[in-house]
Design a protein around this ligand. Structure first.
Ligand SMILES: *Cc1c(COP(=O)(O)O)cnc(C)c1O
Length: 471
């Protein structure tokens, strides 16, 4: 293929994706609306795409940029003298490493380890539990505020608990857990407290009246902050900060027990592109702290305006007053969130459906970027029309036969046959047995919503397996 043909093909593929810019995709992507910052970020990304972060002595440029980026993050989260940090590939890796460091930092004293999580803690903690054999102890959040319940979390701590977790804010509902209480109870027990500020760490420092959530809280030992979210940098960059360097040691890794180079890694990757880090360095310099303060206030104002507007739409309600720039809205029984999400997509807006969980209703998740601010009235108009259409259609009903078939499945042993049957029942398979994604996702989401989490996971894993086949 010629470069022109390749370019045309790539553009064709990308045209089917959600747009990453323009402020109409309210999950997954973040748009500052600052074209100049985007341009310099892309330039840095390509300039360092082939550099290797494997060895900081071979590529000292990357070490210098990493220390600069960590310093900026440290300033934002009130890191005390003696703090350290590492740049990772994203929030999940930051969370994984925080859990690993907590487990290994507890030493060989325990043959088992556990961590106490509010039910709203990000799914990345469940991944960490799975990877590192740290048992997650889930504690229900307060039913009306969706915030962690410190007394219940204190009661859940066991002798082998190595970590207590709080979010600033939580992804699903956008509220900040009572970090002061969580830090205090961790300190009292002599265990670690991680604040997951992956999505709030670059925003909250610029807002007024925010409850304490940073290193100013005694007992907080580590904080994660993603740059590829509200620092508006290209994907692939997060920072994990520790109160002191001894707390970090558990996620450093060296291997000299082979005949090649001595492998020395601060994070999970070994060979790693310098591109995302260089891009983050460039974009954070281009926007600067004052620029971020303005972007944070713009996104916050848009969030409050949308919350007010959404609350005024019959059938819709904001589930809890947002602490940052994320919003969760639920419906009454006249309609359902999954149909609204489909209607919004048909109008050119992506909002993210969230399933019901442990007494929490299904909701629509909105992550507001600064670039959405100018289109708030347009967004609310589309939302009003979408809810009206969903009310006219009535709540998405799950076919009883399908629900029954799903309920009969054993999620631990979902065979190809079971899955084929479900796909056919749901109208998701074409004649040759291959997947055919429907235009409207509401029927599928409604089915997943009535399935217990383990069955949801089983069906989604089987689905992913079917999607991921060589072309
Ligand atoms: C996004 C997010 C994560 C996970 O980050 P990825 O960059 O998607 O891996 C973890 N915690 C919170 C609160 C988040 O918003």
């Amino acid at each position: 293929m010629t470069p022109d043909e390749i370019r045309a093909h790539l553009q064709g593929l990308q045209a089917r994706d959600l747009p990453s810019h323009g402020g109409r995709t309210l999950a997954y992507v973040y748009d500052s609306g600052l074209a100049e910052a985007d341009v310099i970020g892309r330039e840095a990304l390509s300039m360092f795409a082939d550099s290797n972060g494997l060895d900081p002595t071979a590529f000292p440029s990357l070490l210098a940029m990493e220390n600069d980026v960590v310093a900026m993050a440290g300033g934002l989260v009130d890191a005390p003298a003696g703090y350290v940090g590492s740049v990772t590939s994203g929030g999940t890796e930051s969370v994984l490493l925080a859990v690993l460091a907590a487990r290994d930092g507890a030493g060989a004293a325990y043959s088992t380890a556990s961590m106490v999580l509010p039910t709203t803690a990000h799914a990345a903690f469940h991944k960490a539990a799975h990877y590192f054999g740290v048992e997650p102890i889930l504690v229900d959040v307060e039913p009306t505020t969706f915030r962690a319940n410190p007394d219940a979390m204190a009661a859940a701590i066991r002798d082998d608990t190595v970590l207590v977790v709080g979010s600033a804010p939580s992804y699903a509902h956008g509220v900040i857990d009572p970090i002061a209480e969580l830090g205090a109870l961790a300190a009292e027990r002599g265990i670690r407290c991680h604040v997951d500020a992956c999505i709030g760490g670059w925003v909250l420092p610029h807002l007024d009246g925010v409850a304490p959530w940073s290193f100013t809280v005694p007992g907080v030992t580590s904080i994660s902050v993603d740059l590829h979210k509200y620092a508006y940098t290209p994907k692939g960059v997060s920072v994990l900060l520790h109160r002191d360097s001894s707390l970090r040691r558990g996620h450093f890794f060296a291997a000299a027990n082979w005949p090649g180079y001595t492998m020395l890694n601060s994070t999970m990757q070994s060979t790693k592109s310098g591109g995302p880090l260089a891009a983050a360095w460039a974009v954070t310099r281009a926007i600067g702290i004052e620029g971020y303060a303005a972007l944070a206030r713009t996104a916050r104002d848009a969030t409050l305006a949308i919350a007010e507007g959404a609350d005024g739409i019959p059938g819709l309600r904001v589930v809890v007053e947002p602490d940052s720039t994320l919003l969760a809205v639920a419906t009454d029984e006249s309609c359902d969130v999954f149909t609204i999400a489909d209607e919004m997509l048909a109008r050119g807006w992506y909002v993210q459906p969230q399933m019901s969980f442990r007494g929490m209703p299904p909701t629509l998740h909105l992550t507001l970027s600064a670039a959405t601010a100018p289109s708030v009235p347009e967004f609310l108009k589309a939302l009003g029309e979408s809810v009206e259409a969903a009310r006219a259609a009535g709540p998405a009903a799950v076919d009883p036969g399908l629900a029954q078939a799903a309920a009969a499945l054993d999620p631990k042993a979902l065979s190809d046959n079971d899955f084929n049957g479900l796909l056919a029942l749901a109208g998701l398979a074409s004649a040759d047995g291959s997947l055919a994604l429907p235009e409207r996702m509401a029927p599928i989401n409604a089915l997943l919503d009535v399935a217990p989490p383990a069955l949801r996971e089983g069906m989604l894993l089987a689905f992913l397996d079917r999607l991921s086949r060589p072309s």
